[in-house]
Design a protein around this ligand. Structure first.
Ligand code: SF4
Length: 358
Protein backbone atom coordinates (compact mmCIF):
# COMPACT_ATOMS: atom_id res chain seq x y z
CA UNK A 1 0.00 0.00 0.00
CA UNK A 2 1.43 3.43 -0.93
CA UNK A 3 2.00 6.26 1.55
CA UNK A 4 -0.91 8.19 0.02
CA UNK A 5 -3.20 5.23 0.82
CA UNK A 6 -1.73 3.92 4.07
CA UNK A 7 -1.77 7.14 6.12
CA UNK A 8 -5.48 8.01 5.59
CA UNK A 9 -6.26 4.30 6.14
CA UNK A 10 -4.37 4.23 9.47
CA UNK A 11 -5.99 7.48 10.60
CA UNK A 12 -9.50 6.28 9.80
CA UNK A 13 -10.04 4.57 13.15
CA UNK A 14 -8.81 7.68 14.98
CA UNK A 15 -11.24 9.80 12.98
CA UNK A 16 -14.08 7.34 13.66
CA UNK A 17 -13.23 7.44 17.36
CA UNK A 18 -13.31 11.25 17.44
CA UNK A 19 -16.69 11.26 15.70
CA UNK A 20 -18.14 8.74 18.15
CA UNK A 21 -17.01 10.88 21.09
CA UNK A 22 -18.31 14.23 19.91
CA UNK A 23 -20.39 15.63 22.79
CA UNK A 24 -24.08 16.13 22.00
CA UNK A 25 -25.21 19.69 21.37
CA UNK A 26 -26.73 21.16 24.55
CA UNK A 27 -30.49 21.47 24.21
CA UNK A 28 -31.87 24.97 24.78
CA UNK A 29 -35.47 26.12 24.94
CA UNK A 30 -36.58 29.21 23.02
CA UNK A 31 -36.11 31.56 25.97
CA UNK A 32 -32.61 30.28 26.62
CA UNK A 33 -31.74 30.65 22.95
CA UNK A 34 -33.03 34.21 22.88
CA UNK A 35 -31.04 34.98 26.02
CA UNK A 36 -27.79 33.64 24.51
CA UNK A 37 -28.45 35.47 21.25
CA UNK A 38 -28.96 38.78 23.07
CA UNK A 39 -25.80 38.31 25.14
CA UNK A 40 -23.72 37.36 22.09
CA UNK A 41 -25.04 40.34 20.13
CA UNK A 42 -24.07 42.70 22.96
CA UNK A 43 -20.61 41.14 23.32
CA UNK A 44 -19.91 41.39 19.60
CA UNK A 45 -20.48 45.16 19.84
CA UNK A 46 -18.60 45.57 23.08
CA UNK A 47 -15.55 43.66 21.80
CA UNK A 48 -15.50 45.09 18.27
CA UNK A 49 -16.02 41.59 16.93
CA UNK A 50 -17.80 40.13 13.91
CA UNK A 51 -19.35 36.70 13.56
CA UNK A 52 -18.42 34.70 10.46
CA UNK A 53 -20.18 31.39 9.97
CA UNK A 54 -19.87 28.52 7.52
CA UNK A 55 -22.90 27.23 5.60
CA UNK A 56 -22.65 23.94 7.52
CA UNK A 57 -23.05 25.23 11.09
CA UNK A 58 -26.41 25.15 12.87
CA UNK A 59 -29.15 27.41 11.46
CA UNK A 60 -29.27 29.53 14.62
CA UNK A 61 -25.58 30.44 14.26
CA UNK A 62 -26.01 31.32 10.60
CA UNK A 63 -29.03 33.46 11.47
CA UNK A 64 -27.11 35.20 14.26
CA UNK A 65 -24.20 35.98 11.94
CA UNK A 66 -26.65 37.57 9.52
CA UNK A 67 -28.61 39.53 12.12
CA UNK A 68 -25.46 40.99 13.70
CA UNK A 69 -23.85 42.25 10.47
CA UNK A 70 -21.59 39.21 10.08
CA UNK A 71 -21.38 36.78 7.19
CA UNK A 72 -22.29 33.25 6.12
CA UNK A 73 -20.41 31.60 3.29
CA UNK A 74 -17.77 29.05 2.25
CA UNK A 75 -14.33 28.93 3.83
CA UNK A 76 -12.43 31.19 1.44
CA UNK A 77 -15.16 33.79 1.36
CA UNK A 78 -15.27 33.74 5.16
CA UNK A 79 -11.55 34.49 5.37
CA UNK A 80 -11.82 37.19 2.70
CA UNK A 81 -14.72 38.82 4.49
CA UNK A 82 -12.79 38.85 7.77
CA UNK A 83 -9.73 40.39 6.14
CA UNK A 84 -11.78 43.24 4.71
CA UNK A 85 -13.99 43.85 7.75
CA UNK A 86 -13.07 46.63 10.17
CA UNK A 87 -13.64 44.52 13.31
CA UNK A 88 -10.52 43.74 15.34
CA UNK A 89 -11.80 40.31 16.39
CA UNK A 90 -13.10 37.67 13.99
CA UNK A 91 -15.23 34.97 15.55
CA UNK A 92 -15.22 32.03 13.16
CA UNK A 93 -17.95 29.41 13.51
CA UNK A 94 -16.73 26.43 11.53
CA UNK A 95 -13.80 24.06 11.77
CA UNK A 96 -10.21 24.73 12.69
CA UNK A 97 -8.70 25.13 9.22
CA UNK A 98 -11.21 27.92 8.59
CA UNK A 99 -9.97 29.82 11.63
CA UNK A 100 -6.40 29.25 10.45
CA UNK A 101 -7.17 30.55 6.95
CA UNK A 102 -8.66 33.68 8.51
CA UNK A 103 -5.53 34.10 10.62
CA UNK A 104 -3.26 33.63 7.58
CA UNK A 105 -5.03 36.52 5.85
CA UNK A 106 -5.53 38.67 8.99
CA UNK A 107 -2.48 38.18 11.26
CA UNK A 108 -3.07 41.50 13.00
CA UNK A 109 -6.56 40.46 14.14
CA UNK A 110 -7.66 38.19 16.93
CA UNK A 111 -9.37 35.10 15.52
CA UNK A 112 -11.55 33.21 17.99
CA UNK A 113 -13.48 29.98 17.52
CA UNK A 114 -16.26 28.57 19.73
CA UNK A 115 -14.22 25.36 20.00
CA UNK A 116 -10.75 24.35 18.88
CA UNK A 117 -11.85 20.70 18.85
CA UNK A 118 -13.85 21.17 15.65
CA UNK A 119 -11.68 19.37 13.11
CA UNK A 120 -12.18 18.05 9.60
CA UNK A 121 -11.52 14.52 8.38
CA UNK A 122 -9.64 15.89 5.36
CA UNK A 123 -7.31 17.91 7.58
CA UNK A 124 -6.91 15.07 10.12
CA UNK A 125 -6.26 12.58 7.33
CA UNK A 126 -3.39 14.61 5.88
CA UNK A 127 -0.70 15.12 8.56
CA UNK A 128 2.16 17.37 7.51
CA UNK A 129 5.05 14.94 8.04
CA UNK A 130 3.52 12.12 6.02
CA UNK A 131 2.17 14.43 3.33
CA UNK A 132 5.56 16.11 3.01
CA UNK A 133 7.26 12.72 2.66
CA UNK A 134 4.74 11.84 -0.05
CA UNK A 135 5.48 15.11 -1.90
CA UNK A 136 9.23 14.51 -1.61
CA UNK A 137 8.79 11.33 -3.64
CA UNK A 138 7.77 13.45 -6.64
CA UNK A 139 10.19 16.40 -6.69
CA UNK A 140 9.26 17.38 -10.26
CA UNK A 141 5.55 17.70 -9.41
CA UNK A 142 3.62 20.83 -8.43
CA UNK A 143 1.85 20.36 -5.07
CA UNK A 144 -1.79 21.44 -5.13
CA UNK A 145 -3.84 21.22 -1.94
CA UNK A 146 -7.45 21.84 -1.14
CA UNK A 147 -8.29 24.61 1.34
CA UNK A 148 -9.42 21.94 3.85
CA UNK A 149 -5.90 21.44 5.20
CA UNK A 150 -3.76 22.64 8.09
CA UNK A 151 -1.63 25.77 7.81
CA UNK A 152 1.45 23.51 7.73
CA UNK A 153 0.17 21.56 4.72
CA UNK A 154 -0.76 24.82 3.01
CA UNK A 155 2.78 26.06 3.65
CA UNK A 156 4.14 22.91 1.90
CA UNK A 157 1.98 23.55 -1.19
CA UNK A 158 2.64 25.45 -4.40
CA UNK A 159 -1.05 26.12 -4.95
CA UNK A 160 -4.14 26.12 -2.75
CA UNK A 161 -7.53 25.64 -4.40
CA UNK A 162 -11.18 25.52 -3.36
CA UNK A 163 -13.98 23.54 -4.96
CA UNK A 164 -14.99 26.81 -6.73
CA UNK A 165 -11.74 27.30 -8.60
CA UNK A 166 -9.98 23.90 -8.62
CA UNK A 167 -10.88 22.96 -12.21
CA UNK A 168 -9.70 26.31 -13.63
CA UNK A 169 -6.44 26.22 -11.67
CA UNK A 170 -5.66 22.64 -12.71
CA UNK A 171 -6.42 23.50 -16.36
CA UNK A 172 -4.02 26.43 -16.02
CA UNK A 173 -1.30 24.13 -14.64
CA UNK A 174 -1.92 21.55 -17.39
CA UNK A 175 -1.52 24.31 -20.00
CA UNK A 176 1.85 25.10 -18.41
CA UNK A 177 2.83 21.44 -18.81
CA UNK A 178 3.04 20.76 -15.07
CA UNK A 179 2.83 17.37 -13.39
CA UNK A 180 0.65 17.53 -10.30
CA UNK A 181 0.29 16.01 -6.82
CA UNK A 182 -3.15 16.51 -5.31
CA UNK A 183 -4.25 16.36 -1.68
CA UNK A 184 -6.14 15.52 0.38
CA UNK A 185 -9.64 14.70 -0.99
CA UNK A 186 -9.56 11.68 -3.31
CA UNK A 187 -13.07 12.21 -4.68
CA UNK A 188 -12.52 15.86 -5.57
CA UNK A 189 -9.13 14.89 -7.03
CA UNK A 190 -10.74 12.15 -9.16
CA UNK A 191 -13.49 14.53 -10.27
CA UNK A 192 -10.85 17.04 -11.41
CA UNK A 193 -8.85 14.30 -13.17
CA UNK A 194 -12.00 13.23 -15.04
CA UNK A 195 -13.02 16.79 -15.86
CA UNK A 196 -9.65 18.12 -17.02
CA UNK A 197 -7.84 15.02 -18.27
CA UNK A 198 -5.14 15.68 -15.68
CA UNK A 199 -3.29 12.68 -14.33
CA UNK A 200 -2.76 13.99 -10.81
CA UNK A 201 -1.29 11.71 -8.17
CA UNK A 202 -3.94 11.63 -5.44
CA UNK A 203 -3.63 11.57 -1.66
CA UNK A 204 -6.42 9.26 -0.45
CA UNK A 205 -8.28 11.41 2.10
CA UNK A 206 -12.03 11.84 2.28
CA UNK A 207 -14.76 13.95 3.85
CA UNK A 208 -16.83 11.87 6.28
CA UNK A 209 -19.98 13.71 5.24
CA UNK A 210 -19.80 13.56 1.45
CA UNK A 211 -18.25 10.09 1.38
CA UNK A 212 -21.53 8.77 2.80
CA UNK A 213 -23.82 9.65 -0.11
CA UNK A 214 -25.16 6.44 -1.62
CA UNK A 215 -25.65 5.70 -5.31
CA UNK A 216 -28.45 3.12 -5.11
CA UNK A 217 -30.52 5.13 -2.69
CA UNK A 218 -29.98 8.26 -4.81
CA UNK A 219 -31.20 6.39 -7.88
CA UNK A 220 -34.32 5.32 -6.01
CA UNK A 221 -34.97 8.92 -4.97
CA UNK A 222 -34.48 10.10 -8.55
CA UNK A 223 -37.06 7.54 -9.67
CA UNK A 224 -39.47 8.95 -7.11
CA UNK A 225 -38.83 12.56 -8.22
CA UNK A 226 -38.03 12.29 -11.95
CA UNK A 227 -38.25 16.08 -12.49
CA UNK A 228 -35.86 16.94 -9.69
CA UNK A 229 -32.54 18.61 -10.33
CA UNK A 230 -29.66 16.74 -8.67
CA UNK A 231 -26.92 18.97 -7.26
CA UNK A 232 -23.77 17.31 -5.93
CA UNK A 233 -20.70 18.59 -4.12
CA UNK A 234 -17.53 17.15 -5.71
CA UNK A 235 -16.28 15.70 -2.41
CA UNK A 236 -18.90 12.98 -3.04
CA UNK A 237 -18.08 9.56 -4.52
CA UNK A 238 -17.54 9.37 -8.28
CA UNK A 239 -20.66 7.24 -8.87
CA UNK A 240 -22.84 9.84 -7.09
CA UNK A 241 -21.23 12.69 -9.04
CA UNK A 242 -22.00 10.80 -12.25
CA UNK A 243 -25.74 11.16 -11.48
CA UNK A 244 -25.60 14.94 -11.00
CA UNK A 245 -27.22 17.59 -13.15
CA UNK A 246 -24.85 20.05 -11.51
CA UNK A 247 -21.56 19.59 -9.67
CA UNK A 248 -20.09 22.48 -7.71
CA UNK A 249 -19.05 24.12 -4.48
CA UNK A 250 -21.55 25.10 -1.79
CA UNK A 251 -21.85 28.62 -3.19
CA UNK A 252 -22.18 27.31 -6.75
CA UNK A 253 -24.88 24.82 -5.66
CA UNK A 254 -26.93 27.66 -4.15
CA UNK A 255 -26.55 29.72 -7.34
CA UNK A 256 -27.37 26.81 -9.68
CA UNK A 257 -30.37 25.68 -7.62
CA UNK A 258 -31.70 29.23 -7.55
CA UNK A 259 -31.24 29.79 -11.29
CA UNK A 260 -32.85 26.51 -12.32
CA UNK A 261 -36.53 26.14 -13.25
CA UNK A 262 -36.67 22.85 -11.36
CA UNK A 263 -39.10 23.00 -8.46
CA UNK A 264 -37.53 20.05 -6.65
CA UNK A 265 -33.85 19.95 -5.80
CA UNK A 266 -32.02 16.86 -4.53
CA UNK A 267 -28.88 18.11 -2.82
CA UNK A 268 -25.80 16.07 -1.96
CA UNK A 269 -23.93 18.15 0.59
CA UNK A 270 -24.13 18.87 4.34
CA UNK A 271 -27.72 19.71 5.27
CA UNK A 272 -26.53 22.93 6.93
CA UNK A 273 -26.66 24.39 3.42
CA UNK A 274 -30.45 24.07 3.46
CA UNK A 275 -30.72 27.16 5.69
CA UNK A 276 -29.25 29.44 3.02
CA UNK A 277 -30.79 27.50 0.16
CA UNK A 278 -34.29 27.85 1.53
CA UNK A 279 -33.78 31.60 1.89
CA UNK A 280 -32.93 31.77 -1.82
CA UNK A 281 -35.69 29.46 -3.05
CA UNK A 282 -38.41 29.46 -0.37
CA UNK A 283 -40.93 27.82 -2.68
CA UNK A 284 -38.87 24.95 -3.93
CA UNK A 285 -38.85 21.49 -2.43
CA UNK A 286 -35.38 20.68 -1.06
CA UNK A 287 -34.53 17.03 -0.53
CA UNK A 288 -31.28 15.81 1.03
CA UNK A 289 -29.51 13.14 -1.00
CA UNK A 290 -29.61 9.83 0.89
CA UNK A 291 -26.88 8.71 3.27
CA UNK A 292 -29.08 5.97 4.74
CA UNK A 293 -30.46 2.81 3.18
CA UNK A 294 -29.17 -0.70 2.65
CA UNK A 295 -25.60 0.32 1.85
CA UNK A 296 -25.32 2.91 4.61
CA UNK A 297 -22.77 3.15 7.36
CA UNK A 298 -23.87 6.70 8.10
CA UNK A 299 -21.13 8.23 10.18
CA UNK A 300 -22.41 11.69 9.44
CA UNK A 301 -26.01 11.52 8.23
CA UNK A 302 -25.16 14.49 5.99
CA UNK A 303 -24.16 16.74 8.83
CA UNK A 304 -20.56 17.32 9.78
CA UNK A 305 -20.01 16.20 13.39
CA UNK A 306 -17.33 18.86 13.86
CA UNK A 307 -19.41 21.71 12.47
CA UNK A 308 -22.10 20.62 14.94
CA UNK A 309 -19.70 21.31 17.83
CA UNK A 310 -20.24 25.06 17.35
CA UNK A 311 -23.11 26.08 19.63
CA UNK A 312 -24.67 29.22 21.08
CA UNK A 313 -23.24 28.19 24.46
CA UNK A 314 -19.58 27.83 23.48
CA UNK A 315 -19.82 30.83 21.16
CA UNK A 316 -21.01 32.93 24.10
CA UNK A 317 -18.28 31.59 26.42
CA UNK A 318 -15.56 32.22 23.84
CA UNK A 319 -16.65 35.80 23.32
CA UNK A 320 -17.10 36.43 27.02
CA UNK A 321 -13.69 35.01 27.99
CA UNK A 322 -11.66 35.70 24.84
CA UNK A 323 -10.61 32.03 24.74
CA UNK A 324 -9.92 29.66 21.84
CA UNK A 325 -7.76 32.09 19.89
CA UNK A 326 -6.15 30.71 16.75
CA UNK A 327 -2.36 31.02 16.87
CA UNK A 328 -0.23 30.38 13.82
CA UNK A 329 3.56 30.32 13.71
CA UNK A 330 4.61 33.42 11.75
CA UNK A 331 7.18 31.71 9.50
CA UNK A 332 4.62 29.03 8.58
CA UNK A 333 1.98 31.68 7.99
CA UNK A 334 4.26 33.56 5.61
CA UNK A 335 4.89 30.36 3.64
CA UNK A 336 1.18 29.48 3.50
CA UNK A 337 0.34 33.00 2.35
CA UNK A 338 2.28 32.51 -0.91
CA UNK A 339 0.05 29.76 -2.43
CA UNK A 340 -3.03 31.37 -0.88
CA UNK A 341 -2.30 34.71 -2.57
CA UNK A 342 -1.44 32.86 -5.78
CA UNK A 343 -4.94 31.36 -5.74
CA UNK A 344 -6.61 34.67 -4.88
CA UNK A 345 -4.74 36.54 -7.65
CA UNK A 346 -5.65 33.83 -10.16
CA UNK A 347 -9.31 33.86 -9.06
CA UNK A 348 -9.57 37.65 -9.41
CA UNK A 349 -7.85 37.57 -12.82
CA UNK A 350 -10.22 34.87 -14.07
CA UNK A 351 -13.32 36.56 -12.65
CA UNK A 352 -14.00 33.66 -10.26
CA UNK A 353 -13.76 36.28 -7.51
CA UNK A 354 -14.52 39.94 -8.16
CA UNK A 355 -13.45 43.02 -6.22
CA UNK A 356 -16.99 43.20 -4.80
CA UNK A 357 -16.76 39.71 -3.32
CA UNK A 358 -16.37 39.56 0.40
S1 SF4 B 1 -18.08 18.59 6.01
FE1 SF4 B 1 -16.35 17.28 5.47
S2 SF4 B 1 -14.89 18.66 4.47
FE2 SF4 B 1 -16.35 19.95 5.62
S3 SF4 B 1 -15.41 20.24 7.62
FE3 SF4 B 1 -16.75 18.45 7.84
S4 SF4 B 1 -15.41 16.70 7.44
FE4 SF4 B 1 -14.35 18.52 6.66
Amino acid sequence: MSLAESVPHKLQSRIDNIIENVAPTPWLNDDQKADYEAKITALLKEKNAVLIAHYYVEDELQALAESTGGYVSDSLDMANFGAKHEAQTLVVCGVRFMGETSKILSPEKTVLMPTLDAECSLDLGCPIDEFSQFCDQYPDHVVVVYANTSVEVKARADWIVTSSNAVQIINHLIAEGKKIIWGPDKHLGQYINNKTGADMILWQGNCVVHDEFKLYELEALMDEYPDAMVLVHPESPEAVIAKADFVGSTKQIIAAGSASDAQTLIIATDHGLFYKMSQQVPNKRLIPAPTGGKSATCKSCAHCPWMAMNTLVNLYETLRDGTNAIEVDEATRQKALIPLNRMLDFSYQQGILTAGDA
